[in-house]
Design a protein around this ligand. Structure first.
Ligand code: AMP
Length: 531
């Protein structure tokens, strides 16, 4: 059987080609028939340009239906799709093109001169344009091509996509995902989240990232139903469209912004059956407030570029089913364990972690509630970093577990709680401090909107625990002071965990996926500690 992901998806397309797939802000509709034909034309074009299966197709374009079709055409033709954040600038682009050497680079018209220059340097033979309205030389070149295209046969182990990680430390790495990886995750999520005929998704996420492209689009394409395909998140648009949708997927910031609208409530969500959150931690307060205002329990899940989704809160929302502050249980087909040491060759000696079970060698499985390194295994886990065999080897244990780089703990009944990235762990005076523990205490203080705890260089302690705190815009927020925050949590924490420095700010730096960029905070505040 053809393992090409496109075959899996199109096998679920509705029998009627006129069935809607994407509903655009101006009311235009892309039907499933349109998708089949347009991806057929584009796949024919890619082949006509001389690309061979396995060649890369890179795209740095805005979110449009044509951009999604380009992705589908690329995998349909057996190519490897490489989506790039439109925010990337010259030096990032130069690196990606040189590293991945795509056979085709699709850019926005305003980037054309730079694209030609960099493509020339990197030896990329074809550059075409796709503008923010979905037109351009790519579309013009595809127009005369035939609509029909026989989806190229692929094995489950063949590459379908390379997604570059955000690379906050060192070089950005291209995570290689196979047709099998993507298909496994698509099938699992579709069934775990109970997708059903007629589901309508409100899609406001970017599509250069695993969340918007794979999680959201694959669920709906496999469901053969429709999505509102919006260029980006906009709270006012969401308020308008939510009543017509049944599923919404967002990063935590979207939920925070919805709650800021006084009109948001049960009526807005009357047709929704599922709210999904991920890509960054959802604050327990947001989870609780959302429940109180809308009557809905947000389902939080956890995953990453290197493997799609690893865990999810259960669909069955019954009492204590979806737990705020946790990312739920390992998904079917994904094994997850928490180990007390990582980074040593041959660690994690082979047995699946049941909390409290000793593993062989120098590594022990964490007991329930104890924070350790999260490692995963499963058909969804990527096959390695493009062109970086040593890095790939470093990131897997000898017995094949992927070291996620996240720290977390398991409850006695298997729910996972994330404590943050291991590189964000603060080591002060030789002792480990997990930022989340302190952030939770600070966030619970009256007047605090949110906080981020980081480690900054300190002459005595190596690193000093530092809190960057966003105040609420009310009297309680205005009354907060640096020393007041320290005083309020002092008796709740061991001395070494108490922040040495506190900074009050208006907002935290976030990337497009809503992740707090702690590397930026460290850079901003490090010079201030050498005073
Ligand atoms: P990315 O590869 O850009 O999708 O980022 C993956 C990282 O985002 C993970 O390794 C986690 O650190 C973080 N992440 C994703 N989902 C969650 C979540 N629900 N809660 C906390 N962190 C998350």
């Amino acid at each position: 059987m053809n393992q090409n992901l496109y075959s899996l998806l199109s096998g679920h397309f509705p029998k009627k080609p006129a069935a809607p797939c994407m509903i655009l802000p101006d009311g235009r509709v892309w039907t499933y028939g349109d998708i089949e034909r347009a991806s057929g034309r584009m796949a024919n074009l890619i082949v006509a340009l001389g690309l061979q299966p396995g060649d890369r197709v890179a795209a740095q374009v805005e979110k449009t239906p044509e951009a999604l079709v380009l992705y589908l055409a690329a995998i349909r033709a057996g190519m490897v799709f490489l989506p790039l954040n439109p925010a990337y600038q010259r030096h990032e682009l130069e690196y990606f093109l040189k590293d991945a050497k795509p056979g085709l680079f699709v850019c926005r018209p305003q980037m054309r001169a730079l694209a030609d220059e960099l493509a020339g340097k990197a030896g990329v033979p074809n550059v075409l344009e796709l503008d923010d309205a979905g037109s351009g030389s790519l579309i013009a070149a595809a127009a005369p091509q035939a609509d029909g295209f026989a989806t190229v046969t692929r094995e489950a182990s063949d590459l379908a996509a390379i997604l570059y990680t955000s690379g906050t430390t060192g070089r950005s790495k291209g995570a290689m995902l196979t047709h099998g990886n993507l298909a496994h995750n698509a099938r699992t999520l579709h069934s775990y989240w109970h997708f059903r005929p007629g589901d309508v998704l409100l899609h406001m996420l970017p599509i250069f990232h695993v969340h918007g492209l794979f999680v959201a689009c694959h669920c709906i394409l496999q469901n053969g139903s429709a999505m509102f395909f919006e260029p980006k998140f906009d709270a006012a648009r969401a308020m308008k469209l939510l009543p017509q949708a049944t599923v919404f997927m967002g990063v935590p910031t979207y939920y925070v912004r919805l709650l800021l609208d006084p009109g948001f409530g049960r009526v807005t969500c009357r047709n929704i059956r599922l709210f999904v959150s991920g890509s960054a931690p959802l604050l327990k307060e947001t989870f609780d407030e959302f429940k109180a205002r809308s009557g809905h329990t947000i389902l939080e899940r956890y995953g990453m570029t290197e493997g799609g989704m690893f865990t999810s809160n259960p669909y069955e929302a019954g009492e204590n089913g979806r737990r705020g502050g946790t990312v739920g249980l390992p998904l079917p087909g994904t094994e997850l364990r928490i180990v007390m040491r990582s980074g040593i060759p041959g660690d994690g000696a082979g047995s699946l972690c049941v909390p409290g079970t000793p593993l062989r060698g120098q590594v022990t499985a964490a007991k329930p509630g104890v924070v350790g390194h999260i490692q995963v295994k499963g058909d969804n886990v990527f096959v390695g970093y493009w062109g970086m065999p040593e890095k790939t080897q470093e990131e897997f244990t000898a017995d094949g577990w992927f070291k996620t780089g996240d720290m977390g703990s398991l409850s006695a009944d298997g729910y996972v709680t994330i404590s943050g990235r291991s590189k964000d762990l603060v080591i002060t005076g030789g002792l480990n401090v997990y930022p989340k523990e302190i952030e939770e205490l600070i966030d619970a203080m009256p007047g605090v909107m949110e906080s981020a705890v980081i480690g900054l260089p300190h002459p005595d302690f190596g690193e000093a625990v530092t809190a960057v705190v966003v105040r609420q815009k009310n009297a309680e927020g205005r009354a907060l002071t640096e020393s007041g925050i320290i005083a309020a949590i002092k008796d709740k924490l061991a001395n070494f965990k108490v922040p040495k420095w506190v900074y009050l700010v208006d907002e935290l730096p976030r990337n497009t996926m809503g992740k707090v960029q702690k590397n930026i905070l460290r850079k901003t505040y490090s010079p201030m500690t050498s005073r």
